[in-house]
Design a protein around this ligand. Sequence first.
Ligand code: ADP
Ligand code: ADP
Length: 226
Amino acid sequence: MLLEFRGVKKVYQNGGGAFPALKGVDLRVEEGEMLSIMGPSGSGKSTLLHLLGLLDRPTEGEYLLMGKPTSSLSEEERAYLRNRFIGFVFQAFFLLPRLSAVENVEVPLAYAGVPPQERRRRALALLERVGLLDKAKSLPNQLSGGQRQRVAIARALALNPPLLLADEPTGALDTRTGEEIMALFQELNREGTTVIIVTHEPMVAEKTRRIVRVRDGEIVADERRG
Ligand code: ADP
Ligand code: ADP
């Protein structure tokens, strides 16, 4: 088991009240799975993804990562796991605008202390993997949306994380480009990366064999197909 939620609740304090965004979620994901999390706006998808990514802590319940409870980890240990174990991909790409494609991919490698020459070599190999080697020197504003998302995916893969979390990764892309990005996720999944995608687009969710449906802070369906 790669990860497991046991009775995970998340309550946000806002103004005078408490808002239960997740009301007791049980979820198990095996290594090598690819699944999508679907649900209407406000149903708790982002909250779920933030908890999965160790960006936030449950109010109640336990999150086990590789069999180990994460509640007892220090902030430092959580940050280490987040950097080394989890790759994040977002709708808005979040590339650094003054850095070229290859330099953007190098950022996490630099933080990890990889020496410059090795960094460049690995970043170019990652760009090749996402089919963008010929754009290595381009700035983000010289790239299309789909190309920017490929750079962001290459960056997410820089430290070879076993788990990739994507929040509406095709939300800013046209249908065809979105399909190309999904094909890339499928390829990465075939190579062994576990992929979890939050989306409200049925066309995107259809590309995964497992669909978890969230509504009002609860999992209301967990569908698996052939
Ligand atoms: P989704 O991603 O499905 O749109 P979210 O997880 O972002 O849903 O939000 C679930 C609910 O929790 C929403 O009603 C949202 O307004 C609320 N919520 C999310 N984050 C916070 C927060 N930091 N503080 C207060 N309420 C929040
Ligand atoms: P998404 O578009 O991915 O569903 P949202 O727009 O719901 O994301 O939320 C974006 C960020 O704002 C999240 O980090 C979430 O925690 C925070 N947020 C959402 N709703 C609220 C809220 N009612 N109060 C405070 N923060 C919120």
